[in-house]
Design a protein around this ligand. Structure first.
Ligand code: NAP
Length: 294
């Protein structure tokens, strides 16, 4: 990566970076990304770029301007941007979704930081290990992935890349779980199972249950029946990608049963920090960004 942003000048012109999606107004990204840029004295503004489908092409083209570092991409454009970019990182290609675009010498590069962001979030919760090259390993763990949508696809490729012992994908529509299982098996030799009925779930030691469905965003609903969760060993870790509300019904169930559990704020932070480094070639000031988020 050749781009090195220059140190702060206190006057405009500013560099630009932003979030492409529809809607974007609810996003927490400006809060913590701007705090990170300011902390390092980078003269850039993180903006919200509300972009309906019909304006996506024009928006992506605008990222080639000299003053633009790149963008984050959110719902519903993470898949649709792929053919509009010049170079796609292999992980993003496998996942089929881009959440970070970098403008490097007028070429637009697409990355997916959701997958490594999840691994870093698990690591900071004491799940997995990192080697001296920065690779995160989840060997010895069984991952139970709830969902097979966009977030689950990133999670699945992240989890198998970290060499989980086995991956179990549970999704309301079985065909979608099967399709994701078949996609990850192209690059993963370990066992992958797909299910639509949670009653078939059994506990393995060191299980990680990850909610990548949207169930729990509204009301007291959980993607897992309490009697199924109750079957899991005491060393099970429950991660809910949802961060608003900060405690979902699944997290409440897990904590009531004495299981360790965390919400999706850490994943939001880490996927954002990885994007920050891609745009700026600087280590993200993660604690500053975390404080701005909390
Ligand atoms: P998505 O592509 O729309 O997928 C939604 C998933 O939820 C699908 O697996 C869907 O199952 C399932 N689902 C929806 N309603 C359901 C219901 N009533 N019962 C059972 N399953 C249901 O959404 P996404 O982009 O993957 O996002 C999923 C969640 O992850 C959202 O809450 C999002 O906020 C969160 N997320 C968090 C982060 C973070 O940084 N923390 C990052 C990305 C996403 P079917 O396939 O059967 O329809």
């Amino acid at each position: 990566m050749s781009r090195k942003v220059k140190p702060k000048s206190s006057t405009p012109p500013y560099l630009r970076v932003g979030l492409i999606g529809d809607p974007v107004a609810h996003s927490y990204s400006p809060r913590f990304q701007q705090a990170g840029l300011d902390a390092l004295g980078i003269p850039a503004r993180y903006e919200l770029w509300h972009t309906p489908d019909t304006q996506l092409l024009e928006r992506v083209r605008s990222l080639c301007q000299k003053d633009c570092l790149g963008a984050n991409v959110t719902i519903p454009h993470k898949e649709a941007v792929l053919p509009l970019l010049d170079i796609i990182d292999p992980l993003a290609e496998r996942i089929g979704a881009v959440n970070t675009i970098v403008n490097e010498d007028d070429y637009l590069h697409g990355y997916n930081t959701d997958a490594p962001g999840l691994l870093h979030a698990l690591l900071e919760n004491g799940i997995g290990t990192m080697d001296t090259h920065g690779h995160i390993s989840l060997r010895g763990h069984t991952a139970i992935l709830l969902g097979a949508g966009g977030a689950a696809r990133g999670a699945a490729f992240g989890l198998v890349g970290a060499q989980v012992d086995r991956l179990i994908i549970l999704n309301r529509h079985l065909e979608r779980a099967q399709m994701l299982a078949s996609d990850v098996q192209q690059t993963y030799d370990g066992p992958v199972f797909s299910l639509s009925d949670p009653s078939f779930l059994i506990s393995h030691s060191s299980s990680i249950i990850i909610n990548a469905t949207s169930v729990g965003m509204h009301g007291d609903v959980s993607p897992l029946p309490a009697e199924v969760l109750a079957r899991f060993d005491a060393d099970t870790f429950v991660y809910d990608m949802i961060y608003n509300p900060i405690q979902t019904h699944l997290l409440l169930q897990a904590r009531t049963m004495g299981l360790r559990a965390a919400n999706g704020l850490s994943m939001l932070l880490h996927q954002g920090a990885l994007a920050f480094t891609l745009w700026t070639c600087r280590p993200a000031p993660i604690e500053v960004m975390r404080s701005a988020l909390l």
